[in-house]
Ligand binder design. Structure first.
Ligand SMILES: C[S@@+](CC[C@H](N)C(=O)[O-])C[C@H]1O[C@@H](n2cnc3c(N)ncnc32)[C@H](O)[C@@H]1O
Length: 521
């Protein structure tokens, strides 16, 4: 057996290439709780929960959430010691006393691990051996607390059906090559482009697969190695996953992102009749996945859930979740493109809600209190708020947020050591940088150039900001792009940096102040 790809024959999971860091907002307790409550499942209450992430990789979701939820305890598990070493370093750099990682397979967890209100696994379930999936289900059985919630992501059918051969050919070609996994996946990609460009009949017959190759070429090569070179790789129908978790005593409690819980936001009107006549989730989720050709799912499962009896019951268990405007100054009509469906929000009720939220975040009960927005019925207001969250007009917060200031202060500081550490390590790193907000209970991503601007603003203040960012850019080797091409001229580049600094201070920085990520300093 080849030790580079299968150095752990019992799992078949690739270990010779470290994964990439990434923060996934769907793993945030505030999002998971909201989805459960939306689906009439009582979520765990309070901020002193325990959270277990299986296959935490480099741990960036775990650490960001630990920084955002300081009263909670976060435990990450990963079999790859290189991953857990990186995660441990980031935990130390961020002074996160409430987070730790364990180097372990899912089948060898410490007996005294205890139970957790949340268990999360992203990018794991489709990529591990069937016996490892059994271990995951066993962890859910043993370590998810009654009333607890589990979030699992996986490659789904039928969205993967026409793309499965791509995975097959990448892995088969890579197996013939020499070198480490990175070299093999590079060679396999080059082969894929070769046959695609010469119009191999598979690509002629599957034009979407042809376009998909271009999308692959834009991805980080380490991500591609982990996605395609593992020995095991499976895409599931919803019903298969629901059956597996059902066997572990868990019940489906909704999906992420939030709009996927609304069939009218997922499928076109001509396919919606089935949802009006059928309550069976196995049928409706399959229908939705076919009508939307879903290729990836994030599902939430509950253990021994208590079902909510109505709106007042929902308020009793989840009213600490606040709603806020996603962007200050949002105007109506608001249009959201959700893939298959485009949704427009407008009308007196939305006008009234947007006007209320312009004054800062509010709880659901505050928004339902008299005088009610536009004099609407409570159920209609709750539905409008949920639709606003689903379409991205509104966002969630784990607590009350002030109004965003019209102007950010000239000098800012970052109160959270984790955010300072992340900025220092990831500014200009070529990928978004997620900063933790203790007020929203989750992370918020900014571009890597904005991260450098924020870092320079914190370290050196506003004077000469653009020059300092430009120097940082030059020494990092990261190029600036205009119209898809790198900007070579240094005067032109400085002008672009100046524009970016002005835009960041006018738009993003006031929001970071509102989120409590940055404070006047
Ligand atoms: C694709 S990565 C996802 C990492 C992380 N969840 C993320 O989204 O960034 C899958 C992770 O699962 C870990 N893993 C795979 N099999 C495992 C096992 N049997 N026990 C523990 N961890 C495992 C891998 O080492 C890897 O870090």
């Amino acid at each position: 057996m080849d030790t580079r790809i299968d150095s752990r024959p019992s799992t078949g999971y690739l270990t010779d290439v470290a994964y990439i860091p990434g923060f996934y907002p769907n793993l945030a307790p505030v999002a998971i709780r909201y989805v459960a409550a939306l689906n009439r499942v009582a979520p765990p209450r309070g901020d002193r929960f325990r959270y277990l992430e299986l296959g935490c990789g480099l741990g960036r979701s775990l650490t960001t959430l630990a920084a955002a939820c300081p009263a909670a305890e976060f435990v990450g598990v990963d079999i790859n010691p290189e991953h857990t070493a990186i995660a441990s370093r980031e935990i130390a750099a961020g002074s996160l006393a409430n987070a730790r990682v364990i180097t372990s397979g899912f089948g060898d967890l410490p007996a005294d691990l205890g139970t957790f209100e949340y268990v999360a696994l992203h990018g794991v379930f489709s990529w591990v051996a069937p016996e490892v999936r059994e271990q995951i289900l066993d962890v859910a059985r043993r370590h998810l607390a009654p009333g607890g919630l589990l979030v699992v992501s996986y490659n789904s059918m039928p969205g993967w059906a026409h793309l499965q051969p791509i995975r097959g050919i990448l892995r088969q070609y890579a197996a013939l090559r020499t070198g480490d996994s990175l070299q093999r996946i590079r060679d396999a990609l080059a082969y894929l482009v070769f046959i695609r460009d010469r119009q191999a009949k598979y690509f002629v017959d599957n034009p979407n697969a042809s376009a998909y190759v271009d999308a692959l070429l834009k991805q980080d090569i380490r991500y591609l190695a982990h996605e395609y070179l593992n020995e095991h790789w499976t895409s599931f129908y919803f019903a298969e996953v629901a059956g597996m978790f059902g066997g572990a005593g868990l019940t489906f409690a909704g999906s992420l992102p939030v709009h996927t819980n609304f069939w009218d936001l997922c499928v076109r009107p001509e396919f919606q009749e089935l949802f009006r006549t059928t309550n069976d989730r196995l049928v409706t989720e399959a229908h939705k996945d076919f009508c939307a050709n879903t290729a990836f799912r994030w599902d939430v499962y509950a253990k021994a859930p208590r079902l909510l009896t109505g709106l007042d019951d929902r308020l009793a268990v989840a009213d600490d979740i606040h709603v806020r405007l996603s962007r200050p100054g949002a105007t109506l009509p608001y249009q959201a493109n959700l893939g298959v469906v485009t949704s427009t929000l407008q009308g007196a009720l939305y006008d009234a809600l947007v006007a209320r939220l312009a004054g800062g975040s509010q709880s659901l009960s505050a928004l339902l209190a008299d005088p009610r927005p536009a004099g609407a019925a409570r159920d209609d207001i709750a539905r409008a708020i949920d639709a606003g969250v689903a379409t991205g007009l509104f966002d969630l917060a784990a607590g009350a947020l002030p109004v965003a200031p019209a102007h950010a202060p000239d000098r800012v500081a970052l109160p959270c050591p984790f955010n300072r550490a992340v900025l220092a390590s990831d500014a200009l790193g070529g990928r978004p940088v997620a900063l933790a907000s203790t007020t929203t209970g989750t992370g918020h991503s900014i571009g890597d150039l904005d991260a450098a601007i924020l870092l320079e603003l914190v370290e050196g203040g506003p004077d000469g900001l653009a020059d300092r960012v430009d120097r940082r850019l030059t020494s990092s080797g990261r190029s600036l792009q205009r119209d898809g091409k790198p900007v070579a001229d240094s005067a032109e580049r400085l002008r672009l940096v100046q524009e970016s600094c002005t835009a960041f201070r006018a738009t993003s920085l006031p929001q970071l102040v509102q989120l409590g990520v940055a404070v006047g300093g």
